[in-house]
Design a protein around this ligand. Structure first.
Ligand code: MF3
Ligand code: CO
Length: 255
């Protein structure tokens, strides 16, 4: 186990800026996604937005990754490589955005519907959003990491979905990935105690079928083993003395 950094007030200000820009980009991406776009077009438009806002894509160059975002369609869980694939009505598209500005990172993801999607897919997205919200409600000083993890698992499984067990949320700051790892399953009261000044990227990944995943031969794209649909929702959140501050939410919301 490494050290979980407590951010100073100066760092928190910088993280607020990075988070706000990340959240704005993701919301604007959600606004322009439509049938007929390729995943590469979604990526390049997102990258343009990041740069216009004064940020840089964190993922570009990360472990040799060559794009600004990850765009994962339907049975793809995360780390989909933008390319010539065209998204069509009925698809669900997960976009993962990381922006660095003044040395600090924001990280946020969401799964968007293209046109009309199936009732099952609608439910998956609703429960995915709810599972992140349930986790964020536990993201308070004095709670434990297991409370956050359990909230995701409980919300997903009570609705008949599974949570991906081999990929995690993470601390975030100067680096995209800092300690701690944040599983999307766990037991209440277990794990480290949350403290004001910690900044966490919480990211539930839910599958319609089983929790197992595999990575395609491209070395990046993670898909569900059974081919079922998957969703991904992520926010960067600051632990405070009171309400969690969701840094990647463009508007202030009450938890
Ligand atoms: N956003 C992912 C995460 O939260 C990281 C993407 S990996 C990259 O962990 F290589 F695409 F950057
Ligand atoms: Co992340």
């Amino acid at each position: 186990m490494g050290i979980i950094k407590i951010k100073t007030s100066e760092e928190i200000e910088l993280m607020r800026t990075a988070g706000r820009i990340t959240g704005e980009v993701l919301r604007e991406v959600g606004g322009f996604i439509e049938s007929g776009l390729t995943t590469a077009e979604i990526d390049s438009r997102a990258e343009k937005l990041m740069r216009e806002k004064g940020g840089e894509p964190v993922f570009l160059g990360y472990r040799g990754y060559r794009h600004a975002t990850c765009v994962s369609v339907n049975n793809e869980v995360v780390h989909g490589i933008p390319g010539s694939r065209v998204v069509r009505g009925g698809d669900i598209v997960s976009v993962d955005v990381g922006v660095r500005i003044n040395g600090y990172c924001g990280d946020s993801a969401a799964t968007f519907p293209v046109g009309k999607i199936s009732a099952k897919a609608e439910k998956l997205l609703r429960v995915g959003r709810e599972s992140l919200k349930a986790a964020l409600k536990q993201a308070r000083a004095g709670r434990h990491l297991g409370d956050v993890s359990h909230a995701v698992e409980a919300r997903a499984e009570s609705n008949g979905f599974s949570v991906v067990r081999d990929l995690y949320g993470h601390g975030i700051g100067r680096d995209l990935h800092e300690d701690p790892l944040i599983p999307n399953y766990g037991k209440p009261g277990e794990g480290i105690e949350l403290k004001p000044g910690m900044i966490l990227a919480i990211e539930p990944m839910l599958n319609v079928g089983g929790w197992r995943i595999r990575t395609l031969p491209d070395g990046w794209t993670v898909v569900t083993e059974d081919g079922s649909l998957s969703c991904h929702f992520e926010h960067t959140v600051l632990i405070t003395d009171g309400e969690p501050e969701i840094l990647t939410w463009p508007k202030k919301i009450k938890m």
